[in-house]
Design a protein around this ligand. Structure first.
Ligand code: ADP
Ligand code: MG
Length: 334
């Protein structure tokens, strides 16, 4: 695979959850359109940031990409293979190459397992399946070296999750995700649950690991500052769709979608002079319910620039410049 190829390609991804009514007679009463037509790709070695408000479908996208949540429609190609069409056996083989780091280091680790066993578990399972060639001595060697690499003293190997701080637990989660030597890490808000002082330590650890292990990242956050620090390219999500993608520098300089502009205008500036003089774009109303049937642009009720046509049809994501895609009628529609 050449460097220019996409390691991950997501096209038209939809995840709809059925809503049920009634306690005894359960009947379907519509859908939550958590992910409603998401497109993006991640090149080998790249870190793509997925940013958007809480509830816009970031975690559901992550779970679908990691094959932990069934997709309603669309395709997820990893290293050229359509993951949705693989047999369970082939999917297990492919899975070692993409691993997920969860947001909450308190609920994502088994409280009854020791740190060492949590980190070694994926390797043990794959060795037992014969997919990875490693005996118990090799598993121990690799696990202890990963602990050290992730900033965990190997003297903590026999401790349980509750004996660690939040930051240390996230280091355990990261070491576990690296256990099988993956190519892609799907990091779902990996620092959002941590104290601000710990956030940068974990971000820097991920940056170092990215370089050392040649990792590709799908990096999810609701905080643009965190995304800009870590990512090369950014995809902005709103209500189950990607509304704009561009390089981090381009997005900062030339945000086009009205939602991206509002999002950027809310990031505080370090220069107090500039901070005082800049204009915030305030969005009216709340994020609409993802279960409502929708015609037209999903952002139109809150958009300061909504036009008549936005009520009748939804714009598609299209390229407006090299590497810059936006879904908005302000920029024409093919
Ligand atoms: N298992 C589920 N069943 C029903 N609705 C869900 C489920 N998981 C998520 N949702 C809904 O899907 C939407 C997107 O959720 P999520 O992907 O967690 O957003 P984010 O990670 O961006 O905050 C939300 O409205 C959420 O309530
Ligand atoms: Mg989430």
């Amino acid at each position: 695979m050449s460097d220019d190829e996409n390691l991950l390609e997501v096209r038209g991804l939809k995840v709809h959850f059925p809503i049920h009514k009634g306690i005894i007679f359960r009947r379907k009463a519509g859908f939550v359109r958590a992910v409603d037509g998401v497109d993006f790709s991640v090149k080998k070695g790249e870190a793509l940031g997925l940013v958007g408000e809480s509830g816009c479908g970031k975690s559901t996208t992550a779970m679908a990409v990691a094959q932990l949540q069934a997709a309603t429609a669309g395709s997820i190609r990893f290293a050229g293979e359509d993951l949705g069409s693989l047999s369970p056996k082939d999917l297990r083989r492919a899975r070692r190459h993409f691993q997920i780091v969860f947001q909450d280091p308190y609920s994502s680790l088994d409280p009854r397992m020791r740190a060492f066993d949590i980190i070694a578990e994926p390797l043990r399972i794959y060795a037992r399946l014969g997919i990875v060639d490693a005996d118990e001595a090799e598993i121990e060697r690799r696990t202890l070296s990963l602990m050290e690499r992730c900033g965990l003293s190997t003297s903590f190997a026999r401790r349980y999750p509750h004996e660690f701080s939040g930051g240390q637990r996230q280091r355990i989660g990261i070491a576990r995700a690296l256990s099988l030597g993956p190519k892609l890490i799907i990091a779902d808000e990996p620092v959002s649950a941590l104290d601000v002082s710990i956030q940068s330590q974990i971000l820097n650890l991920l940056k170092d690991l990215r370089k050392d292990f040649d990792l590709t990242f799908l990096f999810i956050a609701h905080d643009l500052a965190v995304i800009e620090y870590f990512c090369d390219r950014i995809a902005v999500m709103y209500l189950g769709r990607v509304v704009e993608t561009a390089s981090a520098a381009e997005l900062n300089k030339n945000p086009m979608h009205p939602y991206t502009r509002a999002l950027l205008s809310a990031v505080p500036l370090p220069d107090p002079e500039k901070e005082r003089s800049r204009r915030r774009i305030l969005l009216k109303g709340d994020v609409p319910s993802p279960s409502a049937e929708r015609k037209g642009c999903p952002f139109r009720e809150r958009c300061p620039e909504a036009m008549e046509r936005c009520a009748f049809s939804a714009p598609n994501l299209r390229a407006v410049a090299e590497g810059h895609e936006v879904s908005c009628f302000l920029y024409g529609e093919a």
